[in-house]
Design a protein. Structure first.
Length: 108
């Protein structure tokens, strides 16, 4: 971002150039200011590009983590059912596993 004095100087030089009364030294100063603004614009574009790439990587990582959570959750459900079935074949009241809870709730 340019400072207020830089902006004022730039506007002054541009005004003189538009009116056709710019001095050679002022023309050089104007060219230097424009080159600096171009440099800052390129740097800003590069930073925005990096920020965009980082955001995309973060989104992809979040999606992978959500998928992993879903896989782990599904695995826990399968594991809970296997443990319940190992303890008893017929559903038992008071068993904390969903299969027994659901079955005993229907009969109660």
């Amino acid at each position: 971002m340019t400072t207020q004095p830089e902006q004022d100087r730039l506007h002054h030089l541009l005004d003189r150039a538009r009116r056709g009364v710019i001095l050679p030294a002022e023309g050089e100063a104007l060219a230097t200011l424009v080159a600096e603004l171009e440099k800052r614009a390129r740097q800003t574009e590069e930073l925005l590009s990096i920020a965009h790439e980082t955001s995309n990587r973060s989104e992809a990582e979040r999606a992978r983590m959500e998928q992993r959570v879903a896989e782990l959750t599904a695995g826990q459900c399968t594991h809970a059912l296997a443990v319940c079935e190992q303890h008893h074949v017929v559903p038992v009241a008071g068993c904390p596993y969903p299969r027994c809870k659901a079955a005993t709730a229907r009969t109660a």
